[in-house]
Design a protein around this ligand. Structure first.
Ligand SMILES: NC(=O)c1ccc[n+]([C@@H]2O[C@H](COP(=O)([O-])OP(=O)(O)OC[C@H]3O[C@@H](n4cnc5c(N)ncnc54)[C@H](O)[C@@H]3O)[C@@H](O)[C@H]2O)c1
Length: 264
Protein backbone atom coordinates (compact mmCIF):
# COMPACT_ATOMS: atom_id res chain seq x y z
CA UNK A 1 0.00 0.00 0.00
CA UNK A 2 1.31 3.41 -0.99
CA UNK A 3 1.48 5.83 1.92
CA UNK A 4 -0.17 8.97 0.51
CA UNK A 5 -1.37 11.69 2.88
CA UNK A 6 -5.05 12.61 3.01
CA UNK A 7 -4.16 16.09 1.75
CA UNK A 8 -2.38 14.65 -1.28
CA UNK A 9 -5.19 12.23 -2.09
CA UNK A 10 -7.67 15.10 -2.32
CA UNK A 11 -5.26 17.53 -3.96
CA UNK A 12 -6.55 18.64 -7.38
CA UNK A 13 -3.90 21.30 -8.00
CA UNK A 14 -2.93 21.50 -11.68
CA UNK A 15 -6.15 19.76 -12.69
CA UNK A 16 -9.08 21.33 -14.51
CA UNK A 17 -12.74 20.57 -13.97
CA UNK A 18 -15.56 21.48 -16.36
CA UNK A 19 -18.88 21.71 -14.54
CA UNK A 20 -22.07 22.04 -16.59
CA UNK A 21 -24.90 23.96 -14.95
CA UNK A 22 -22.25 25.30 -12.55
CA UNK A 23 -23.75 28.78 -12.10
CA UNK A 24 -26.06 27.75 -9.26
CA UNK A 25 -27.57 24.86 -7.35
CA UNK A 26 -25.84 21.48 -7.21
CA UNK A 27 -23.32 22.44 -9.92
CA UNK A 28 -22.19 25.42 -7.85
CA UNK A 29 -21.81 23.22 -4.75
CA UNK A 30 -19.64 20.83 -6.75
CA UNK A 31 -17.60 23.66 -8.33
CA UNK A 32 -16.83 25.05 -4.85
CA UNK A 33 -15.40 21.81 -3.43
CA UNK A 34 -13.37 21.04 -6.58
CA UNK A 35 -11.95 24.58 -6.60
CA UNK A 36 -11.17 24.38 -2.88
CA UNK A 37 -9.20 21.19 -3.58
CA UNK A 38 -7.10 23.23 -6.04
CA UNK A 39 -8.72 22.52 -9.42
CA UNK A 40 -9.18 25.20 -12.06
CA UNK A 41 -12.91 25.27 -12.73
CA UNK A 42 -14.86 26.16 -15.86
CA UNK A 43 -18.52 26.88 -15.16
CA UNK A 44 -20.61 26.21 -18.28
CA UNK A 45 -24.14 27.53 -18.00
CA UNK A 46 -26.97 29.20 -19.88
CA UNK A 47 -27.52 31.81 -17.19
CA UNK A 48 -24.89 34.46 -17.84
CA UNK A 49 -25.81 36.84 -15.04
CA UNK A 50 -25.74 34.24 -12.26
CA UNK A 51 -22.78 32.47 -13.87
CA UNK A 52 -20.70 35.65 -13.88
CA UNK A 53 -21.66 36.36 -10.26
CA UNK A 54 -20.59 32.85 -9.22
CA UNK A 55 -17.33 33.25 -11.16
CA UNK A 56 -16.60 36.55 -9.37
CA UNK A 57 -17.65 35.19 -5.94
CA UNK A 58 -15.36 32.18 -6.30
CA UNK A 59 -12.38 34.13 -7.65
CA UNK A 60 -12.68 36.51 -4.68
CA UNK A 61 -12.04 33.47 -2.49
CA UNK A 62 -8.76 32.93 -4.36
CA UNK A 63 -10.00 30.12 -6.61
CA UNK A 64 -9.23 29.92 -10.33
CA UNK A 65 -12.64 29.96 -11.98
CA UNK A 66 -14.00 31.01 -15.39
CA UNK A 67 -17.52 31.16 -16.71
CA UNK A 68 -18.63 30.39 -20.27
CA UNK A 69 -22.18 30.88 -21.51
CA UNK A 70 -23.49 27.89 -23.44
CA UNK A 71 -26.61 25.81 -23.90
CA UNK A 72 -25.37 22.29 -23.15
CA UNK A 73 -27.85 20.77 -25.59
CA UNK A 74 -26.38 22.66 -28.56
CA UNK A 75 -23.31 20.90 -29.95
CA UNK A 76 -21.71 24.00 -31.45
CA UNK A 77 -22.01 25.93 -28.19
CA UNK A 78 -20.55 22.97 -26.28
CA UNK A 79 -17.56 22.86 -28.65
CA UNK A 80 -17.03 26.61 -28.12
CA UNK A 81 -17.17 26.15 -24.34
CA UNK A 82 -14.69 23.28 -24.41
CA UNK A 83 -12.29 25.17 -26.71
CA UNK A 84 -12.49 28.19 -24.40
CA UNK A 85 -11.71 26.04 -21.34
CA UNK A 86 -8.76 24.27 -22.94
CA UNK A 87 -7.32 27.55 -24.19
CA UNK A 88 -7.74 29.12 -20.75
CA UNK A 89 -6.48 26.30 -18.53
CA UNK A 90 -4.49 24.07 -20.93
CA UNK A 91 -6.09 20.78 -19.91
CA UNK A 92 -9.22 19.03 -18.70
CA UNK A 93 -9.15 16.20 -16.16
CA UNK A 94 -12.60 16.21 -14.59
CA UNK A 95 -15.98 16.53 -16.29
CA UNK A 96 -19.19 16.95 -14.30
CA UNK A 97 -22.35 16.48 -16.38
CA UNK A 98 -24.74 18.24 -14.03
CA UNK A 99 -26.94 20.64 -16.05
CA UNK A 100 -30.48 19.39 -16.05
CA UNK A 101 -34.12 20.45 -16.04
CA UNK A 102 -37.07 18.87 -14.27
CA UNK A 103 -40.35 20.47 -15.38
CA UNK A 104 -43.33 18.78 -13.78
CA UNK A 105 -45.53 17.82 -16.77
CA UNK A 106 -47.64 14.65 -16.87
CA UNK A 107 -47.23 12.85 -20.20
CA UNK A 108 -50.93 13.29 -20.92
CA UNK A 109 -50.24 17.04 -21.06
CA UNK A 110 -46.77 16.97 -22.58
CA UNK A 111 -46.06 17.77 -26.22
CA UNK A 112 -43.23 16.41 -28.34
CA UNK A 113 -41.28 19.70 -28.12
CA UNK A 114 -41.23 19.55 -24.32
CA UNK A 115 -40.25 15.86 -24.47
CA UNK A 116 -37.34 16.63 -26.81
CA UNK A 117 -36.14 19.55 -24.71
CA UNK A 118 -35.87 17.43 -21.54
CA UNK A 119 -34.10 14.64 -23.44
CA UNK A 120 -31.70 17.09 -25.10
CA UNK A 121 -30.74 19.05 -21.98
CA UNK A 122 -30.50 16.08 -19.60
CA UNK A 123 -29.18 13.34 -21.86
CA UNK A 124 -27.91 14.50 -25.26
CA UNK A 125 -25.67 17.05 -23.48
CA UNK A 126 -23.94 14.28 -21.51
CA UNK A 127 -23.26 12.39 -24.75
CA UNK A 128 -21.77 15.47 -26.49
CA UNK A 129 -19.59 16.43 -23.52
CA UNK A 130 -18.45 12.88 -22.74
CA UNK A 131 -17.48 12.15 -26.34
CA UNK A 132 -15.45 15.32 -26.88
CA UNK A 133 -13.86 15.50 -23.42
CA UNK A 134 -12.88 11.83 -23.33
CA UNK A 135 -11.20 12.23 -26.74
CA UNK A 136 -9.16 15.08 -25.22
CA UNK A 137 -8.41 13.07 -22.06
CA UNK A 138 -7.19 10.14 -24.16
CA UNK A 139 -4.86 12.47 -26.10
CA UNK A 140 -3.59 13.98 -22.83
CA UNK A 141 -2.69 10.42 -21.80
CA UNK A 142 -3.26 10.60 -18.05
CA UNK A 143 -6.81 9.41 -17.61
CA UNK A 144 -9.66 11.41 -16.16
CA UNK A 145 -12.77 11.47 -14.04
CA UNK A 146 -16.30 11.87 -15.36
CA UNK A 147 -19.15 12.40 -12.92
CA UNK A 148 -22.77 12.29 -14.07
CA UNK A 149 -25.46 13.78 -11.85
CA UNK A 150 -28.40 11.43 -12.12
CA UNK A 151 -31.13 11.35 -9.44
CA UNK A 152 -32.87 8.89 -7.16
CA UNK A 153 -35.38 9.00 -10.02
CA UNK A 154 -32.84 6.91 -11.97
CA UNK A 155 -33.85 4.11 -9.59
CA UNK A 156 -37.38 4.88 -8.44
CA UNK A 157 -39.97 7.47 -9.50
CA UNK A 158 -40.52 10.28 -6.98
CA UNK A 159 -43.54 12.11 -8.45
CA UNK A 160 -46.17 11.98 -11.17
CA UNK A 161 -45.20 14.49 -13.86
CA UNK A 162 -41.57 13.40 -14.01
CA UNK A 163 -41.94 10.49 -16.44
CA UNK A 164 -39.68 11.98 -19.10
CA UNK A 165 -37.25 13.33 -16.51
CA UNK A 166 -37.07 9.82 -15.05
CA UNK A 167 -36.45 8.47 -18.54
CA UNK A 168 -33.44 10.76 -18.91
CA UNK A 169 -32.06 9.85 -15.49
CA UNK A 170 -32.44 6.09 -16.08
CA UNK A 171 -30.75 6.77 -19.43
CA UNK A 172 -27.90 8.70 -17.83
CA UNK A 173 -27.32 5.85 -15.37
CA UNK A 174 -27.15 3.36 -18.27
CA UNK A 175 -24.84 5.72 -20.14
CA UNK A 176 -22.63 5.95 -17.03
CA UNK A 177 -22.24 2.16 -16.80
CA UNK A 178 -21.54 1.59 -20.48
CA UNK A 179 -19.14 4.52 -20.90
CA UNK A 180 -17.34 3.31 -17.75
CA UNK A 181 -16.79 0.03 -19.58
CA UNK A 182 -15.63 1.71 -22.79
CA UNK A 183 -13.33 4.27 -21.17
CA UNK A 184 -11.75 2.19 -18.36
CA UNK A 185 -8.89 0.99 -20.62
CA UNK A 186 -7.95 4.67 -21.07
CA UNK A 187 -7.81 5.30 -17.32
CA UNK A 188 -11.00 7.35 -17.41
CA UNK A 189 -13.49 6.53 -14.69
CA UNK A 190 -17.18 7.32 -15.05
CA UNK A 191 -19.41 7.38 -11.97
CA UNK A 192 -22.75 8.89 -11.06
CA UNK A 193 -24.21 10.67 -8.06
CA UNK A 194 -27.94 10.18 -7.49
CA UNK A 195 -29.16 13.06 -5.32
CA UNK A 196 -32.39 12.87 -3.37
CA UNK A 197 -34.16 16.11 -2.53
CA UNK A 198 -31.62 18.96 -2.51
CA UNK A 199 -32.41 22.64 -1.82
CA UNK A 200 -31.51 24.54 -4.99
CA UNK A 201 -32.90 27.50 -6.95
CA UNK A 202 -34.41 24.96 -9.37
CA UNK A 203 -36.44 23.31 -6.61
CA UNK A 204 -37.56 26.75 -5.41
CA UNK A 205 -35.21 26.90 -2.41
CA UNK A 206 -38.40 27.16 -0.37
CA UNK A 207 -39.19 30.63 -1.77
CA UNK A 208 -40.41 30.75 -5.37
CA UNK A 209 -41.72 27.19 -5.40
CA UNK A 210 -44.87 26.52 -7.41
CA UNK A 211 -47.79 25.29 -5.24
CA UNK A 212 -47.52 21.77 -6.79
CA UNK A 213 -43.76 21.64 -6.12
CA UNK A 214 -44.32 22.92 -2.56
CA UNK A 215 -46.79 20.16 -1.84
CA UNK A 216 -44.50 17.50 -3.30
CA UNK A 217 -41.55 18.90 -1.38
CA UNK A 218 -43.37 18.94 2.00
CA UNK A 219 -44.68 15.40 1.56
CA UNK A 220 -41.23 14.32 0.51
CA UNK A 221 -39.44 15.70 3.60
CA UNK A 222 -41.76 13.61 5.80
CA UNK A 223 -40.50 10.51 4.01
CA UNK A 224 -36.80 11.31 4.46
CA UNK A 225 -35.32 9.26 7.34
CA UNK A 226 -32.80 12.07 8.03
CA UNK A 227 -35.77 14.53 8.13
CA UNK A 228 -34.12 17.25 6.09
CA UNK A 229 -33.50 18.17 2.49
CA UNK A 230 -29.90 17.94 1.36
CA UNK A 231 -27.85 21.03 0.62
CA UNK A 232 -25.57 21.60 -2.34
CA UNK A 233 -22.47 20.82 -0.28
CA UNK A 234 -23.85 17.34 0.55
CA UNK A 235 -23.38 16.68 -3.17
CA UNK A 236 -20.19 18.76 -3.50
CA UNK A 237 -18.41 16.57 -0.94
CA UNK A 238 -19.32 13.35 -2.75
CA UNK A 239 -18.24 14.90 -6.06
CA UNK A 240 -14.86 15.70 -4.49
CA UNK A 241 -14.59 12.03 -3.48
CA UNK A 242 -15.33 10.91 -7.06
CA UNK A 243 -13.08 13.55 -8.66
CA UNK A 244 -10.11 12.72 -6.46
CA UNK A 245 -7.92 9.71 -5.81
CA UNK A 246 -10.15 8.76 -2.86
CA UNK A 247 -12.19 6.83 -5.45
CA UNK A 248 -9.17 5.33 -7.26
CA UNK A 249 -10.74 1.88 -7.80
CA UNK A 250 -14.27 2.97 -8.70
CA UNK A 251 -15.93 3.13 -12.06
CA UNK A 252 -19.47 2.49 -13.26
CA UNK A 253 -20.91 3.15 -9.80
CA UNK A 254 -23.82 5.31 -8.73
CA UNK A 255 -23.67 6.84 -5.25
CA UNK A 256 -27.09 7.59 -3.77
CA UNK A 257 -27.05 10.77 -1.63
CA UNK A 258 -30.61 11.07 -0.39
CA UNK A 259 -30.77 11.13 3.43
CA UNK A 260 -32.05 7.56 3.24
CA UNK A 261 -35.25 8.33 1.35
CA UNK A 262 -35.03 5.36 -1.01
CA UNK A 263 -35.26 3.13 2.07
CA UNK A 264 -38.56 4.59 3.16
N1 LIG B 1 -32.25 19.60 -6.64
C1 LIG B 1 -32.61 18.34 -6.51
O1 LIG B 1 -33.38 17.98 -5.58
C2 LIG B 1 -32.10 17.28 -7.48
C3 LIG B 1 -32.35 15.94 -7.17
C4 LIG B 1 -31.89 14.96 -8.03
C5 LIG B 1 -31.15 15.31 -9.15
N2 LIG B 1 -30.91 16.63 -9.43
C6 LIG B 1 -30.15 16.93 -10.64
O2 LIG B 1 -29.09 17.80 -10.33
C7 LIG B 1 -28.82 18.66 -11.45
C8 LIG B 1 -28.84 20.11 -10.98
O3 LIG B 1 -30.10 20.40 -10.41
P1 LIG B 1 -30.35 21.72 -9.54
O4 LIG B 1 -31.47 21.42 -8.62
O5 LIG B 1 -29.07 22.23 -9.01
O6 LIG B 1 -30.91 22.69 -10.69
P2 LIG B 1 -30.96 24.29 -10.74
O7 LIG B 1 -32.08 24.61 -11.66
O8 LIG B 1 -30.96 24.88 -9.38
O9 LIG B 1 -29.58 24.65 -11.46
C9 LIG B 1 -29.33 24.11 -12.74
C10 LIG B 1 -28.31 24.94 -13.48
O10 LIG B 1 -28.23 24.38 -14.81
C11 LIG B 1 -28.34 25.44 -15.75
N3 LIG B 1 -28.93 24.94 -17.00
C12 LIG B 1 -30.19 24.48 -17.20
N4 LIG B 1 -30.38 24.18 -18.49
C13 LIG B 1 -29.20 24.43 -19.12
C14 LIG B 1 -28.77 24.34 -20.46
N5 LIG B 1 -29.57 23.90 -21.44
N6 LIG B 1 -27.50 24.67 -20.75
C15 LIG B 1 -26.67 25.14 -19.78
N7 LIG B 1 -27.02 25.26 -18.49
C16 LIG B 1 -28.28 24.92 -18.16
C17 LIG B 1 -29.22 26.48 -15.09
O11 LIG B 1 -29.03 27.77 -15.67
C18 LIG B 1 -28.73 26.40 -13.65
O12 LIG B 1 -27.62 27.25 -13.41
C19 LIG B 1 -29.88 18.32 -12.49
O13 LIG B 1 -29.34 17.42 -13.43
C20 LIG B 1 -30.97 17.65 -11.69
O14 LIG B 1 -31.73 16.76 -12.45
C21 LIG B 1 -31.39 17.62 -8.62
Amino acid sequence: MENISIQKIMDLKGKTAFVTGGAMGIGKGIAYRLAEAGANVLLIDLNEEIGKNTEAEMNEKGFNVSFFKADVSEEEQVINAINFGIEKFGNVNILVNNAGIYPLIPILKMDTKEFEKIINVNLKSAFIFTKIISEIMIKQGNGGKIINITSIDALHPSAVGLAVYDTTKHGLWGFTKNTALELAPHGISVNAIAPGSISTPGTGDGTKMSPEMKEISEKFIQKIPMKRKGDIDDIGKVALFLASDLSSYMTGAQIVVDGGVLLS
